[in-house]
Structure formats: C-alpha cells, structure tokens
Design a protein around this ligand. Structure first.
Ligand code: XUL
Ligand code: CO
Length: 446
C-alpha cells in the first residue's frame, strides 16, 4: 500500500482553539501548553491502540465487519500486516500524539507452528522499530493476546492443561522481549480468559495458584532481560468469561499482596471496566492510588443505557474531571499514560471517523486536565478534606494510630472525659458545587 490511506486528512492535526470550525483541529489539546508544571503532551501521555483502531473490522455479535480495513483481507497475511502498520503510523503522525500500544497478534499473524509465529513477529518488529525511529513515536505498552485463539478457551495461566500454560508463557516471554527491544514504557497483562464459565468444572484454589505462578515467572523474566518498564495488570470483572479473577483494583491489589507480587505489578485501569464492576471510574483510580498500585489508564466510557463494555471514546468532561483530579493530585503518570482503548461505532465507517473520534476524546482529556489543575491549584477540595480529618492530628487521634491506646483505655477515656461526639455535616452538595463551578469556569479563560 504505497499511497496514503487517510488521504483526505491534513498532514497534521493542530491546536486551533475553541473558536475553530475546522473539524481536523484540536480545540483544547495544545501539546506545549504548561499545566501543573509540565507540557500538556507530557502530562497526558496519549497512546493510540492498534487493535480496535486497525485490527478490528467493525463486527458485532450479529453482524460482519463494516469498516474499510483492506489489510485485514490481504491473501498474504504478512503483506497485510505491513500495510496495517503503514496505515497506523500514518495515523499516528497525522494525529501527532506520542504513543501507541499493541498486542502481538495485532501486528503479526500466527504461523503454523510457534517457531513460525515467532519469526513473523520478529520480522514485523524490525518494521516497527524502523517506523518508530523515523517518526519518533514511542511504545506506551506491549501485551500478548492470550484470549482470541481457541487454545485459550479455558484460560491461559489458569487453564486446566499445563501445556496451555507453557504456550502462554512462550508467547509472553517473546512479547516481553519485543516490548523491551522497542523501549516500551510498560508491559500489560489482561486476563481476558482467566476466569470461569461455571464453578461446576472449576478448581478456584488451584487456578489462583497457577495465575500467581505465571505472574511470578513474568516478573522473573523481566529482571533477567533487564526490562525496566512497569508490569501492569488490567482489571475487568467479566466479559468474555462470566467471572474474571482480576475483578477490580481492590481484588487485584489483594491478590498481589497475598502472593508476594506487590512490588512487581501495578494496575492498568480502564474506565469502562470500572463501570462494568459496578464502580465509578473515579473509585477505581482513587482505590489504586490509596493502595499504591496505580499505573496507567485505558481511557474509554460505557453507555449507561446498556452497561456492557462498549469501549466508546470519552466525550464528557463531567465524567473525567474527578478521576483526573485524583491522578494529577497524586503527581500524575510516571511510566503510564492515557491509552485510547476505544472503538468506533459500527456505522462510523468513513476513513476520517477514526480522526474525529480521537480528536474529540483527546480534547475532552485536555479539558479534564485543565479542570483538574484548577481544583488542585486552588486547593479548596483538599483543604476541606483535610479539615474533615483534623481531629486525627490531635492528641487522641495520634495516640490511637500510634498504637498507644487499648480498647479498655478508650472506654475509660470516654467515661472519664465525658466524650459525647456529635455528627457534623459531610458537605456533599457544597463539594459538588465546588466541582461544578470549576468545570463551568475553566472554559472562560481558554
Ligand atoms: C479488553 C481490553 C484489552 C486490554 C489489552 O476489554 O481492555 O484490550 O486492554 O489486552
Ligand atoms: Co483495555
């Protein structure tokens, strides 16, 4: 595919401000604008995903692909893989954002044997390396697809057959090495089939041990090859299986502690996985930050009307302001970033729809960042939260937390000092008004 694939799209999407009527421009995302002491581009660390955007034909459970992705139908799958890369890098360069993410199977086809599969991936990795050098694009994370092939129907690490465990190990070893070679900032493991369809045939205790062993082996190999990126687990409660073990951030964090893996892994939180688990996106982010496991974000949203993993592009500043407040209040990303694990709607089949979707999502993130920065810099929410806990800095609070008071001591103090604490207002509506005021006012000076 020698010609441009997105020929109707300008060479570069640029910042043009809120008054611009050009659909191929950013209205808020201004890479060089300084926010909280860093360039906006360096705060947001935006990545494009190669699976939904370049390797998915627009199928749904009732219908075949609607998208115009000619490389997926190439009779020579390696040629198709190369054409796909050409289109993906053209997209990345025109969009102008710094990162991308991919699974092994997004970029290179399976061969008839593992040896052939490995050779395919290694050959395509040469191409990727070359394109990265030329374009300056960087890899936010790599991952292995341990869920599409029928061999993984009953799980990868948690499969009842150790041969499948071994096959998955071979695939992750290779993809971890590829990620290392390409200078990836992180490596992700999403346990899409690490779960069960029925407890009738499932040994939960055994599968937990298998998963822990697998993750320990990955951490060991990371050290062996000298990969310094972060290992990330991506929680998701269900879909494709009825129940997945990496249910949510709290579950994953407990699992890591239980198996001595807490120093090795962080979480990659996805907005729509949070809501599938019955949580808010803010809850998942705040929990990871509180438990010390925050790593990176797959940015997307669900649809409140149906509740499954629709992977839609983010478009609501109201929804993003608070998760972003949590992230940047804690200092922002280290190796992580915002990866667009997002799908076009099946009818969005014009080539440039992929641009409009990303432009809108990136502008929404940029605006969310400005709102978060405002809330952090004016400090009102933080001040009010600290005031709420002020008692814990007093003599009694400190003595309790330092372990200097027994239950009996406390009972005695209540009687001796005549303690009679009264409820105080949680001020929820006032706090909600503070947030809305920031959301409404940030656009005023933009
Ligand atoms: C699935 C999902 C995956 C992971 C990578 O819901 O989010 O795309 O991000 O395997
Ligand atoms: Co994801």
């Amino acid at each position: 595919m020698a010609t441009e694939f997105f020929a109707d799209v300008p060479d570069r999407i640029r910042y043009a401000g809120l008054s611009s009527t050009d659909p191929f421009s950013f209205k808020v995302y201004d890479p060089d604008r300084m926010v909280l002491g860093k360039r906006m581009e360096d705060q947001l660390r935006i990545a494009v995903c190669l699976w939904h955007s370049f390797n998915w034909p627009g199928t749904d459970v009732f219908g075949s692909g609607t998208f115009d992705r000619p490389w997926l139908n190439d009779r020579d799958p390696m040629q198709g893989a190369r054409d796909k890369l050409a289109a993906a890098f053209e997209f990345l360069e025109k969009l102008g954002t710094p990162f991308f993410c991919f699974h092994d199977r997004d970029v290179a086809p399976e061969g008839r044997t593992f040896v052939e599969t490995r050779a395919n991936l290694e050959a395509i990795t040469d191409d990727i390396e070359h394109r990265m050098q030329r374009s300056g694009k960087r890899l936010l994370w790599g991952t292995a697809n341990l869920f599409s092939h029928p061999r993984y129907a009953a799980g990868a690490a948690t499969n009842p057959d150790p041969d499948v465990f071994a096959y998955a190990a071979a695939q992750v070893k290779l993809m971890l090495e590829v990620t290392h070679r390409l200078g990836g900032a992180n490596y992700v493991l999403w346990g899409g089939r690490e779960g069960y369809e029925t407890l009738l045939n499932t040994d939960l205790a055994r599968e937990e041990q298998q998963l822990a062993r697998f993750l320990a082996l990955v951490a060991e190999h990371k050290a062996r090859i000298g990969f310094t990126g972060t290992l990330l687990l991506e929680p998701k409660p269900q879909e494709p299986t009825k129940h997945q073990y990496d249910y949510d951030t709290a579950t994953v964090s407990g699992f890591l502690e239980r198996h001595g893996l807490a120093d090795e892994y962080r979480v990659n939180i996805e907005g729509n996985h949070a809501t599938l688990a019955g949580h808010s996106f803010q809850h998942e982010v705040a929990t990871a930050l509180a438990l010390g496991t925050f790593g990176s974000i797959d940015i997307n949203r669900g649809d409140p009307q149906n509740g499954w993993d629709t992977d839609q592009f983010p478009n609501s500043v109201d929804e993003l302001a608070l998760p972003m407040y949590e992230i940047f209040r804690a200092g922002g990303f280290t190796t992580g970033g915002f990866n667009f694990d997002t799908k076009l709607r099946r009818q969005s089949l014009a080539r440039d729809d992929l641009f409009h979707a990303h432009i809108g999502g990136i502008d929404t993130l940029a605006r969310g960042l400005l709102v978060a920065a405002e809330m952090i810099e004016d400090g009102e929410l933080q001040r009010r939260r600290e005031e709420r806990y002020a008692g814990w800095s007093g003599a009694l609070g400190r003595a309790i937390l330092d372990g200097d008071r027994s239950l009996a001591d406390l009972a005695e103090a209540v009687e001796r000092d005549g303690l009679d604490p009264r409820a105080v207002s949680g001020r929820q509506e006032l706090l909600e008004n503070v947030v809305n005021q920031r959301i409404w006012s940030v656009g005023e000076d933009a």
